[in-house]
Design a protein around this ligand. Structure first.
Ligand code: GRG
Length: 290
């Protein structure tokens, strides 16, 4: 699985590199590239390819979607690491963007990655209908903004050192992390012109995968290796983050995650062999040590 992830990451990094090279130069370009390329699992792109396989969509048609998602994800990490948010110095085994380039530059580089994500979806080389492009842009905006990742991040910060319920914690994580995964499973289904109900099912599945991914991230914060994960650990405890581990304990949280994974895999069975790659990625999410 690691080999497959690395191969996909390389493909997306190359695609993004070419896109960055086409840009008019600016002082923000280096920090933007630093925060996006060379490092990071690019697992969201792998999920986009895996879902594309289920619906018979060629990878070539999916590159722009992967790039847009990775740009937004990288932007969210740059801003997440800022002193006004989680105040982290290490990311992907390197100094965080604000440590390397300064805080104001990191804010502006992050914001520029966000706008670039939408710009990339408007490229003529992205060969899908105008209607599909509009739909993708609208959905990606909803998944990223105040109803999605940004909204979830606000709740994450607001919930620090507070006692929150199971529902509040999982709803916050479904926004902060789940919404971008939701888009990853929705987008290939949209391009394949599937029915409204199938698009809804894939969106729900993607959001569940995102929650599973966030739970695994919380487990790694406790039991992971700093060298392998590439970021500081035991942060949730230090910052008083509201996590399921804090609420119900590590073992019960693992049990919940295992059940969630089983439920996700059960819903994939109807796709038969076409879903083998996505199944492998989902198994990896919970077993991973990176
Ligand atoms: C509007 C997109 C947007 C962002 C602004 C700062 C912020 C609001 C949101 C932060 C969201 C966030 C950091 C969620 C955590 C998700 C998560 C588990 C990230 C780690 O992802 P990996 O492991 O990272 O895929 P790599 O380094 O492999 O890319």
């Amino acid at each position: 699985m690691i080999k497959k992830l690395k191969a996909n990451a390389k493909k997306i990094d190359n695609f993004l590199n070419r896109y960055f090279k086409k840009q008019i130069n600016s002082n923000l370009l280096s920090p933007m590239i630093y925060g996006t390329i060379s490092g990071g699992k690019k697992i969201r792109s792998t999920i986009i390819f895996n879902t594309g396989k289920i619906f018979g969509v060629n990878n070539i048609k999916l590159f722009h979607i992967c790039a847009a998602v990775e740009l937004i994800h990288s932007y969210s990490l740059i801003h997440d690491d800022l002193p006004c948010m989680d105040n982290d110095r290490l990311r992907r085994g390197k100094p965080t963007t604000h440590i390397k380039f300064g805080e104001s530059t990191a804010v502006l580089a992050g914001s520029s990655l966000l706008t670039m994500a939408f710009e990339i979806l408007t490229e003529n080389k992205f060969k899908v209908s105008e209607k599909s492009k509009n739909d993708l842009i609208k959905n990606l905006a909803a998944c990223s903004g105040h109803t999605g990742v940004a909204g979830g991040q606000e709740l994450d910060l607001r919930y620090e050192r507070k006692k929150k319920s199971f529902k509040q914690i999982t709803q916050m994580q479904r926004k902060k992390t789940g919404q971008l995964f939701k888009f990853c499973c929705y987008a290939p289904c949209l391009i394949a012109n599937r029915s409204i109900s199938e698009k809804k099912n894939m969106s729900k599945l993607g959001e569940d995968i995102g929650l599973l991914f966030q739970l695994a991230d919380d487990f790694l914060d406790i039991k992971g290796s700093k060298k392998k994960v590439g970021k500081s650990l035991n942060k949730d405890n230090k910052k008083g983050k509201s996590t399921l581990i804090k609420l119900i304990g590590y073992n019960k949280a693992i049990l919940y995650a295992e059940n969630l994974k089983t439920n996700i895999l059960r819903r994939l069975r109807k796709y038969g062999k076409k879903a083998n790659d996505l199944t492998e990625t989902i198994n990896f999410i919970l077993e991973r040590n990176i």
